[in-house]
Design a protein around this ligand. Structure first.
Ligand code: SAM
Length: 284
């Protein structure tokens, strides 16, 4: 079960009141939105997600919400078109909770987790409309792979992992997460593979591929810009990021923001919160 990160801080930071219109641009199973909906009776909650299966969970969880609920499958990079189709001209509050949920990691069957043996898909959409991780590992040049692992994963062994991927695929197409993990294992030094390290040796490669497959950084830039344009004057926008690349984008677009980190207790109860940062922005 996905535990929403920085829930209390989001609720307080958004200063929710009856009648408001709120956009949750990454609603997933409505962890945040279940609480948001209770605080906007008579208002409207618009929930968006790329993942259709997540939206089904949100729908169920919000069935008794005291506000109007509109759920839509889609990419927030197309937020302008989505809102225009829904004939929504503005909203008062907005949340972007980036990355993927614990449920997607554990049970999507789409290859997000290096601890599972699944096809290398890594798309948020159930039916991939973009390239998949399989395409990237089997078709990108060694130089492009290396750049992806460096830029999106900050992977210190990007060069040797990229080379190992290219060597392995000459013998056999890389199809599953298990095959990819074995290739990464062969390309990194023993200390990096040690169980004593806090991070698994495949973490950064998997993160980089997920970001590349979903074009997450460009989508975020476009999504935040659209979100800002549709935010009503006096409105508030909240972004939870988990990655320095995401944080850079948020800071660049919104240099003026309030920054909030999870408490030690939250991190203890929910390890996913470890790298989370909430940024709150108010439109004057
Ligand atoms: C961390 S989860 C959100 C969890 C949610 N706040 C909760 O507490 O239940 C992030 C969600 O964003 C979705 N997502 C990622 N990129 C997206 C994009 N560009 N447009 C729309 N949804 C996206 C993912 O499918 C995932 O469901």
């Amino acid at each position: 079960m996905h535990i929403p990160v920085l829930l209390q801080e989001v609720i307080e930071g958004l200063a929710l009141t009856a009648g408001l219109t709120v956009l949750d641009a990454t609603i997933n199973g409505a962890g945040h939105s279940a609480e948001i909906s209770k605080r906007i009776p008579g208002g409207c909650l618009i929930g968006l997600d790329r993942d259709r299966t997540a939206l089904a969970k949100a729908r169920q969880r919000l069935q008794n919400a005291p506000c109007r609920v509109i759920l839509k499958q889609g990419n927030f990079r197309h937020l302008d078109q989505i809102l225009d189709t829904l004939q929504i001209v503005s909203f008062d509050r907005c949340l972007f909770d980036l990355g993927l949920s614990s449920d997607q990691l554990a049970e999507s069957g789409r290859g997000f987790s290096f601890l599972k043996d699944e096809p290398l898909t890594m798309t948020y959409e159930v039916e991939p409309v973009t390239i998949t991780a399989r395409t990237i590992v089997n078709e990108s040049s060694a130089a492009d792979l290396e750049l992806t692992l460096k830029e999106y994963g900050e992977e210190p062994f990007a060069t040797s992992i990229a080379r190992a991927i290219v060597a392995a695929r000459k013998k056999k197409k890389i199809e599953t997460t298990k095959e990819l993990v074995a290739i990464i294992r062969s390309a990194v030094p023993a200390w990096y593979r040690s169980a004593r390290r806090r991070k698994h040796f495949a973490t950064q490669t998997f993160q980089a591929l997920r970001i590349a497959v979903n074009d997450e950084f460009r989508a975020l830039t476009e999504g935040l810009n659209h979100g800002w344009r549709y935010l009503a004057p006096g409105g508030r926008l909240a972004v939870i990021s988990f990655h320095s690349g995401e944080a850079r984008i948020v800071k660049k677009i919104f240099p003026d923001h309030r920054k909030i980190k999870p408490t030690r207790t939250e991190i203890k109860n929910n390890p996913r919160a470890r790298s989370a940062v909430l940024r709150l922005i108010q439109k004057s």
